[in-house]
Design a protein around this ligand. Structure first.
Ligand SMILES: [Mg+2]
Length: 392
């Protein structure tokens, strides 16, 4: 006889009285999201949140604004991701684009997006350099002197925030210059000597803000050290940690919500990375969409901690304009659209096979339940998820 992973669930289904352990106390309770009418209760696909399904409206219609990641979501290098431009052009809510990339000013990012066919201005782009300058403004008066390390986007954001900006060349030439803050972002021409100037200023008492701590940077030639690696180099020489502005920390997303003039709960965050885009949304209190066109996958999502689990999982950005088919569960079976499954003896028990994305959503909800209750190991969850991961 097949042994299910969740004996209590089967006992409940069969009504046999004494289950292997106490039945779950969680129930599906409708909690209407902002502005959406209540109808059928359904369980969010990859978290324990319970939301209320709107019957016909598109996924994005439940939100007043969208904050969208760029690389892996809108474009890969110079090329647009399939369907991204058309999908974003159809969104009625205002969209701002949030990037951890500190090196390019917003206007340059906007020009890139415009080249791809989107109607975007610099005001629709929020960079981690801007968020970093905003963090420095909380600690320093207007007009304070700040050392900017990184690409042109770092200097421009500091100047726009009213700081007097010094470069590493300036502090090398005048080691006695008083520096109130350091904003460290990525730049292709940053040298060891520039990092040394940052370390000297930080040791002397300057407020240290890092635009982001992405350890690596994908390039057309492979993986390069990202700003997080450069920040780590400085950290080796000083005795404290920086304030971090970019995802997964909250300042960048908060600045996006401010730009939209909305509270975080009315903003939908869209991204391709669990450890930055989705974790940042969780930290900030935004619902989030993981789009399977970039870095992270169904497999990595299956073993993600709660702090990195998206509210929604979609194949590509067309899903923003479509009704979202969520997961229903009685904690025995997990059902999404035409897919109905559970895990028995470490294998999928499939009552009905649906579309790949339906299988992925039902499977993720089932696997998270198993992992969270110690019924599945991370390795088991990863192996089971891999069977559903047709996008890898
Ligand atoms: Mg990305």
């Amino acid at each position: 006889m097949r042994r299910p992973c969740w004996p209590w669930a089967v006992a409940t289904r069969r009504g046999t009285g004494s289950p292997g352990r106490s039945p779950p106390t969680r129930t599906l309770r409708p909690t209407p999201p902002t502005g959406s009418p209540s109808s059928t209760a359904w369980c969010s696909p990859t978290s324990s949140k319970v939301r209320t399904k709107t019957e016909v409206s598109a996924l994005v219609d439940a939100y007043a604004g969208v904050v969208c990641d760029l690389d892996g979501v809108v474009y890969r290098g110079p090329t647009a991701v399939d369907h991204a431009v058309a999908a974003l052009s159809s969104v009625q809510a205002r969209v701002v684009y949030a990037t951890n990339n500190a090196s390019r000013p917003p206007q340059e990012v906007a020009a890139h997006l415009t080249d791809l066919g989107l109607s975007v201005t610099g005001n629709d782009v929020v960079t981690s350099s801007q968020a970093g300058a905003g963090e420095l403004a909380k600690h320093l008066p207007s007009g304070a002197t700040v050392l900017g390390v990184g690409g042109p986007g770092v200097r421009e954001a500091l100047q726009h925030s009213g700081f007097r900006v010094l470069s590493a060349d300036d502090t090398r030439d005048d080691p006695t210059a008083r520096v109130g803050g350091v904003l460290q972002g990525y730049g292709t021409t940053v040298t060891a000597s520039d990092l040394a100037e940052a370390a000297y200023a930080i040791t002397a008492g300057a407020v240290w803000v890092a635009t982001n701590t992405d350890r690596t940077l994908p390039t057309h030639r492979g993986t390069a050290p990202g700003n997080g690696s450069l920040v780590a180099a400085v950290r080796m020489a000083v005795t404290r940690d920086p304030i971090v502005a970019g995802k997964p920390e909250a300042p960048l997303y908060r600045m996006c919500a401010d730009r939209l003039g909305l509270p975080a709960r009315e903003v939908l965050a869209v991204g391709d990375r669990l450890d930055t885009d989705i974790a940042g949304a969780v930290t900030t209190g935004m619902d989030s969409v993981l789009v399977l066109t970039g870095v992270d996958s169904v497999t990595s999502t299956a073993v993600a901690p709660v702090s990195m689990r998206p509210t929604f999982v979609v194949e590509d950005l067309r899903a923003l304009g479509e009704a979202y088919v969520g997961v229903e569960t009685d904690f025995t079976w997990w059902t999404c659209g035409g897919d109905r499954r559970r895990v028995v003896d470490g294998r999928w028990d499939v009552a009905a096979a649906g579309a790949p994305i339906e299988a992925a959503r039902a499977g993720l909800a089932c696997l998270h339940e198993g992992v969270d209750h110690g019924e599945l190991t991370q390795e088991q969850a990863r192996a089971l998820a891999r069977q559903l991961d047709v996008w890898q």
